[in-house]
Design a protein around this ligand. Structure first.
Ligand SMILES: Cc1ncc(COP(=O)(O)O)c(C=O)c1O
Ligand SMILES: [Zn+2]
Length: 417
C-alpha cells in the first residue's frame, strides 16, 4: 500500500499504520478506519491523460487510490459501466441532461462488485482463507464470486426472506449460505452472526459496511472517477444514490473528494441519498438536523427494496457529512414510487433494475416535483442492481404472459389488437 499513509478511527480518532492491516478499531467502538492517501505523490503519477491512457482493469485502473496490492486481485473486470444519456425518460421528466449509470452491467449484476473486488483482494493479501459477510444478497454474491476466483472460502449470512435469485446465485458461486431470523427489533441478525464468526472463528469480515471492513469502501469510489471522466472531466450537478447502510454514498463522496484533492476536477456534485419510506433512519436524521449519535434504528424495516433495509446506517456519519457538505438532502420514497421507477427504467430506457436499484430514479422524480433539482441540471442517477435477481417481483407485477395456439386470430384476441 505505498500510497496509504494512515487509517484513522472515525469514532475515537485512534491512528493505525497501513502495515498493521487493521480491520476493526481495537476499541471495538464501531468506528470506521478512514484511509488517508499521500495525494502529493499520487498527483505525480495520475492525471486526466494518464487515466485515459490506461486500460479498463476494473477498480485496479486506479491502483494508486486503492488500499490493496493489485497483484492479489481477481480480474473479473468490474466497473467501466456505461453512463447512458437518457432520451425517453428525460423527455418524460422534461430534463435536458439526465444520465443513468448502469451498474447492473457488473460481473454479478450489482455495484457491489466494485467493493468486493477490493475486500477480497485485501483478504488474499493478508493470507486469509475464510471470509464472511452479512448482506441482503448482492454484496454476498459479489464476495462469493471474487472468493471463487481467488480460492477463498466464503460464508454468507442473509435474511430469512432473501430473494430466490440471489440465494441461487450465491449457492452456485460456492458460498456457504445461511438465512438468519430477525428476533430483536432494530437489530440486523445477519450482522450479529457475522461478528460472532469474526470474534470466535477468526474469519475475515467483508460486508459492504465501513465499520467492519475499511478497505472495500474504496471500491465504489471508482463510480465517481468514471462518471467524471464519462462527462468529459466535468462533475455533474447532482447524483442520486439508493441508500441502505450509507456505504455507497460514502464511496461516491470519497471518489469526488479524491478527484478534488488531485486537482482533476474542482466542483462537487450535490449528493442525494434515497431510502424507502419503510426504512429511512438516515434520511430522517439528515433532514431533521440530527447528529449521527442520535440516529434511531428502524425497528422492523419493510419495503420492496430488499437491498435498502439496513435498520441502522453503519456509515451514516460519513453519509450525513457527505450529503450536508455537498448541499444535498435525504429523500424517502414509497414502494409504489419505486415500482413506478422500475417500470419506467425498463419501458423507457431498456434497463431492467431491481427495486433497490431503481430507487434513485424515484427520488429524482420527487425532487423535481418539489423544485429541489432543476430540470436543466446535469443529473446522474445510479442504477445499482439488476432485476433478474428478483424476477419474482416482476412476475408479481405483470403475471404470466398469455398462452395461445399459433394462429393470428388467437393473437389478436389475446393482445386486444
Ligand atoms: C442494489 C442495491 N442498491 C443500493 C444499495 C445500498 O447500498 P448501501 O448499503 O451501501 O447504502 C444496496 C445494498 O445492499 C443494493 O443491493
Ligand atoms: Zn475507535
Amino acid at each position: 500500500m505505498p500510497y496509504v499513509v494512515s487509517l484513522v478511527c472515525s469514532r475515537c480518532g485512534r491512528k493505525y499504520e497501513p502495515r498493521q492491516n487493521p480491520l476493526l478499531c481495537e476499541r471495538r467502538d464501531l468506528g470506521r478506519l478512514d484511509i488517508n492517501y499521500d495525494y502529493d505523490s499520487i498527483m505525480e503519477k495520475l492525471d486526466r491523460d494518464e487515466i485515459e491512457r490506461r486500460p479498463h482493469l476494473g477498480v485496479w485502473r486506479y491502483a494508486e487510490l486503492m488500499p490493496a496490492d493489485k497483484r492479489f486481485a481477481a480480474q473479473l473486470n468490474e466497473g467501466n459501466t456505461p453512463l447512458i444519456r437518457s432520451k425517453r425518460l428525460a423527455e418524460l421528466l422534461g430534463m435536458k441532461n439526465l444520465y443513468l449509470k448502469d451498474e447492473t452491467r457488473n460481473p454479478t449484476a450489482s455495484f457491489k462488485d466494485r467493493a468486493m473486488a477490493v475486500g477480497a483482494a485485501k483478504a488474499a493479501e493478508m493470507g486469509k482463507k475464510d471470509v464472511v459477510i452479512a448482506s441482503s444478497g448482492n454484496a454476498a454474491s459479489s464476495l462469493a464470486a471474487y472468493s471463487a476466483a481467488l480460492g477463498l472460502r466464503c460464508c454468507a449470512f442473509v435474511p430469512e426472506d432473501v430473494a430466490r435469485g440471489k440465494a441461487a446465485q450465491l449457492l452456485l458461486l460456492g458460498a456457504r449460505v445461511v438465512r438468519v431470523k430477525q428476533t430483536e427489533e432494530g437489530r440486523d441478525p445477519t450482522v450479529q452472526m457475522m461478528l460472532k464468526t469474526v470474534e470466535e472463528l477468526g474469519w475475515y469480515p467483508s460486508p459492504s459496511f465501513g465499520p467492519f471492513n475499511p478497505y472495500q469502501v474504496e471500491g465504489p469510489k471508482t463510480i465517481s472517477y468514471e462518471v467524471v471522466e464519462q462527462l468529459g472531466w466535468r462533475s455533474p450537478d447532482a447524483i442520486l444514490v439508493p441508500t441502505g447502510s450509507g456505504c455507497l454514498l460514502t464511496g461516491v463522496w470519497r471518489g469526488i473528494r479524491d478527484l478534488n484533492a488531485l486537482g482533476i476536477v474542482e466542483e462537487t456534485p450535490r449528493l442525494f441519498p434515497v431510502q424507502p419510506m419503510g426504512n429511512q433512519p438516515l434520511v430522517r436524521a439528515i433532514n431533521s438536523g440530527k447528529r449521527f449519535e442520535e440516529i434511531e434504528p428502524e425497528k422492523w424495516p419493510k419495503s420492496i427494496a430488499s437491498g435498502l433495509l439496513d435498520p441502522f446506517p453503519w456509515d451514516g456519519d460519513a453519509a450525513m457529512q457527505a450529503t450536508r457538505s455537498s448541499g444535498g438532502e435525504g429523500v424517502a420514497v414509497s414502494d409504489e414510487e419505486i415500482i413506478n421507477a422500475v417500470k419506467l427504467l425498463a419501458s423507457r430506457e431498456g434497463i431492467f433494475a431491481e427495486p433497490s436499484g431503481a430507487a434513485g430514479l424515484a427520488g429524482l422524480k420527487k425532487l423535481l416535483d418539489e423544485g429541489k433539482i432543476d430540470k436543466t441540471d446535469t443529473v446522474v442517477v445510479l442504477v445499482t442492481g439488476s432485476g433478474l435477481k428478483e424476477a419474482e417481483k416482476a412476475t408479481k407485477l405483470y403475471g404470466e404472459p398469455p398462452l395461445i395456439e399459433p394462429r393470428v386470430e388467437e393473437l389478436t384476441k389475446a393482445l386486444n389488437i
